[in-house]
Design a protein around this ligand. Sequence first.
Ligand SMILES: [Fe+2]
Length: 445
Amino acid sequence: MAELKYISGFGNECVSEDPRCPGSLPEGQNNPQVCPYNLYAEQLSGSAFTCPRSTNKRSWLYRILPSVSHKPFESIDQGHITHNWDEVDPDPNQLRWKPFEIPKASQKRVDFVSGLHTLCGAGDIRSNNGLAIHIFLCNISMWDRCFYNSDGDFLIVPQKGKLLIYTEFGKMLVQPNEICVIQRGMRFSIDVFEETRGYILEVYGIHFELPDLGPIGANGLANPRDFLIPVAWYEDRQVPGGYTVINKYQGKLFAAKQDVSPFNVVAWHGNYTPYKYNLENFTVINSVAFDHADPSIFTVLTAKSLRPGVAIADFVIFPPRWGVADKTFRPPYYHRNCMSEFMGLIRGHYEAKQGGFLPGGGSLHSTMTPHGPDADCFEKASKAKLAPERIADGTMAFMFESSLSLAVTKWGLEASMCLDKNYYKCWEPLKSHFTPNSRNPTESN
Ligand SMILES: [Fe+2]
């Protein structure tokens, strides 16, 4: 496969033409009486028409046929997608999942859409307030099937296997240690090349932004230029048997047939696009004296609520970096948080857990549920010599952190068969080191 091209820059106002049709973007206007190459003009709005400029998102697509050329949508099997947050009773325990099992293609052929499994979530789709965390487990490409989500944006974190994503804006190749965001309404189809697994953070009705940097200044964390946007690519492909467009609408799946590939956009312009980002480009900021900065310094993208400083969801990573803090217990501190913390592992070993938290698995520490390093980690880190050291080399753990209190689905707790019932035991060996008659910590053991 020839190397794909991209446009660089987060949220930029972009223009792109498939090089096979030079001049396909109308000049000086969006909606000429007849478009170049006799294409149809179609606007995709990602924000209310009247949003302030800073949050106004839309793109103009110039396509062979408009998206409306399809048969009626009909309800289809929901598989393991749900937005019913009352399937099972709430459970405040620390939860951890073993790696979610990918079906073998020889036993069950599953594509990206049929392989979506909702793990947890909260909020309400109809009022555009909430989120869902899904696990995707698939082994075949989406043949003549595309998907679009009327409910929100998908932040996709591939963990095993690369994704070749066809979108109306062009093609993206997204490999483990990269992420992509496909925003509300954008049609896409995913080719996979092996048994493939990953995580999805879906936010309802809002979009991801780069976090403000405050005193950090103008540079750092995820830099805007490292976000890559596909370039226009079209296929004028008739599909005699019928192409299937799958829509997630109010949490339910619907399918409609049409006679052509939906990837028939010859040119587009605008600031509402899919994009991808390589996590290796994240500029890590951290404490270089003592103590910890809060993990908000690792925020890649944030989906804000209306309350200042409070996110519906943050996407946070724990990348390879130096640990240099003196006189400091360096692993994450024990804590209880008013936010919900779902963690996943793309590769390697997470520093706060010696075992049990594996690539392709996950953990959920719910609002105010205590958690922190396991006993082994505590003992080792309390005695470690504090030389500068590399942390998390070869590792990429991430967190979806939310101000909402997340409900776990029946699939998550039962049907996935991956819940680790022994998770709590990693803290059981923690013992008291209290020395009431000596303030000097070196005398403890
Ligand atoms: Fe935490």
